[in-house]
Design a protein around this ligand. Structure first.
Ligand code: ZN
Length: 593
């Protein structure tokens, strides 16, 4: 992967986003005073104890102890890694994630950059082959036969891989490093039983005799390829393997190009293959994307829902298509906040979007999309087909199948409507149905986080106060006290102060993010959610008093240590002076003042 993300970027990202939006988009929040509330997404509960503070940009659950910043929330809730969470937030904020040069990150950054560069060169080479290779005529004839013109092929960067074992390898594999990179990018395959020192002869091109579709990531960079045979041959479709650049579960073919159309149509259409996406675009349906040989994932859905509130899945009408649709629906249920819509479009047997749009045209396809089955229709039709509703045990079976599904929906109108539909089908009242099982069936049950027990040490308390109210930094009455702090943790306190002075509008979450990799991050998060129960009017006073207490305790410890030492040996000059100072009671006067 790319290099380290500079902490300055994380800070400006944290300054730009609002945790309330980030969470509200996933777990609808209601305002309560200065904070926002919801039932906790991390443990099962009926009354909300999950609170989000806009001032601190921090969430905290009084029930299970879950807490953190917007980044932490995404990591926990959407199961993202740190970098992915940053990328996700940056995308919503319209920011580009920079990578740090220099230091340890440089080598990694370079190699990711080089890998991208190499993949891009490969893409250009494939396109060039389509234009100039003598065998490309067959590929072009195939594309024309599918109704694709040169303009649309150029738009999608369609290329051609000649039927040769080393075309690309000879073109780009001119050094051992480059051959190694081709391997890492999934463009060549190493023969079994060969070592890395044998040069070109022991590797061969992955894509041979195929029409090539470059796969771009959501930022529009080519990261992988899909190849389709146009004559005989198996498999019909061949994709790049997972690489450092390419994650099937995260990327959707055509997303970058479809972005604008999805926004203006207010809807995305998910199809199964890249050929479908390209054909649809040829016929004016530009809001489609394809999964890449994998089932739909939550990351896919989240990417699409961020662009438009409706997703229509397009599947074959056969058994396999229905099964795939059912799986997609199950993945989507927890994402179905109010305002979002799912549609299921089943195509006639033997047809795919590519063939349909060529036979019927773009408008007819759009009309089919308009008439797609709704989520409730699909869910209940599928379930009802499996039970005999004239029998009591049939109704009971329907309930046992439907309730866990409905329970996956986030709370809201859709869930209520589904419940009442279920109630009318079964003839049971809502009360008789009992409460629909909540999210305990979701995989997000988390370990209870232990809160901090009992009172804090004065330094921990000072850090907690400062974390929760960064503006306290400006109220420190005796800055020299801060310099005098020697206790473990004092450096963290000082570095917080310097972050705040560099950025006066600092908030809790931004401060916490500075310490994510420090080893004390988890402890600081607990301090950020520690209930100090100090009234706001006396906060400044209390903060300054706490600092004075720390200094005096520290002095006391030092005084005792020096006295102890003096009993055993002669103190050095500086130590003598220090002890004298301490005996005069430097801090004593401070506490009293
Ligand atoms: Zn909780």
């Amino acid at each position: 992967m790319a290099g380290k993300i500079p902490s300055s970027f994380i800070d400006s990202l944290m300054a730009r986003i609002d945790i309330v939006d980030v969470i509200d988009n996933r777990v609808p929040l209601t305002r309560k005073g200065r904070e926002f509330q919801a039932c906790c997404p991390f443990h099962e509960e009926k009354t909300p104890s999950f609170t989000v503070s806009p001032a601190k940009q921090f969430y905290h659950c009084f029930g299970c102890g879950a807490h953190g910043t917007a980044i932490g929330f995404l990591m926990e809730y959407a199961n993202l890694g740190f970098v992915e969470a940053i990328e996700e937030l940056a995308e919503t904020a319209g920011m580009e994630v920079p990578r740090e040069q220099g230091g340890g990150g440089q080598k990694k950054d370079e190699s990711a950059g080089q890998l991208l560069g190499l993949v891009d060169q490969a893409s250009n080479w494939f396109q060039q082959q389509l234009r100039s290779h003598p065998d490309a005529r067959k590929a072009i004839a195939y594309l024309k036969g599918r109704g694709l013109d040169g303009r649309i092929c150029a738009h999608f960067g369609v290329g051609f891989a000649p039927d040769s074992w080393d075309g690309l390898l000879n073109e780009l594999g001119d050094s051992e490093i480059r051959r190694d990179q081709l391997l890492k990018a999934g463009l060549v395959i190493r023969k079994d039983n060969s070592d890395s020192k044998s040069g070109n002869r022991d590797m061969y091109d992955r894509f041979r005799g195929r029409v090539i579709f470059p796969i771009e990531d959501h930022r529009g960079r080519v990261v992988a390829f899909g190849g389709r045979v146009f004559g005989e041959g198996e498999p019909k479709y061949l994709n790049s393997p997972e690489t450092a650049l390419f994650h099937k579960g995260a990327e959707l073919y055509g997303l970058h190009r479809a972005r604008r159309a999805i926004g203006s149509e207010n809807r995305s259409v998910v199809v199964e293959g890249y050929m479908d996406v390209v054909s649809l675009a040829q016929f004016g349906v530009e809001n489609s994307v394809a999964t890449l040989g994998t089932a739909t994932t939550r990351t896919h859905l989240q990417r699409l829902f961020r662009l438009a509130p409706e997703i229509v899945f397009c599947f074959d009408g056969d058994r396999a298509g229905r099964d795939a649709a059912w799986k997609a629906m199950q993945v989507a249920l927890p994402e179905m906040q109010d305002g979002r819509q799912l549609g299921f479009l089943f195509l006639p047997d033997g047809e795919d979007p590519d063939s349909i749009v060529r036979n019927e045209g773009g408008d007819a396809f759009k009309a089919r999309v308009n008439d797609a089955m709704s989520l409730d229709q699909f869910m209940f039709d599928t379930l009802l087909a499996q039970v005999d509703m004239t029998r009591m045990d049939g109704k009971a079976r329907l309930m046992s199948m439907a309730q866990p599904l409905v329970g996956q929906l986030p709370e809201g109108t859709l869930r209520e409507m589904m419940r009442s539909k279920l109630s009318s089908l079964s003839g049971l009242s809502a009360e008789q149905m009992g409460s629909v099982p909540g999210k305990q069936s979701a995989p997000r049950l988390r370990r209870r986080t232990q809160p901090l027990e009992g009172a804090l040490s004065p330094l921990a308390l000072a850090i907690a106060m400062l974390l929760q109210n960064p503006s306290l930094a400006q109220t420190i009455e005796r800055p020299e006290m801060v310099e005098q702090l020697t206790l473990k943790g004092a450096d963290h306190f000082r570095s917080m102060l310097s972050q705040i002075s560099a950025s006066p509008d600092m908030n809790t979450a931004r401060l916490l993010e500075y310490f994510r990799e420090s080893g004390v991050h988890e402890y600081l998060q607990k301090l950020a959610s520690y209930e100090t129960s100090i009234d706001e009017e006396v906060l400044e006073r209390h903060f300054n008093d706490t600092l004075a207490t720390i200094v005096s305790q520290q002095d006391e410890q030092r005084r005792l240590a020096l006295l102890e030492k003096s009993r055993e040996q002669e103190l050095e000059g500086a130590e003598k002076e220090e002890l004298l100072e301490l005996l005069k009671g430097r801090s004593q006067t401070m506490v009293e003042s």
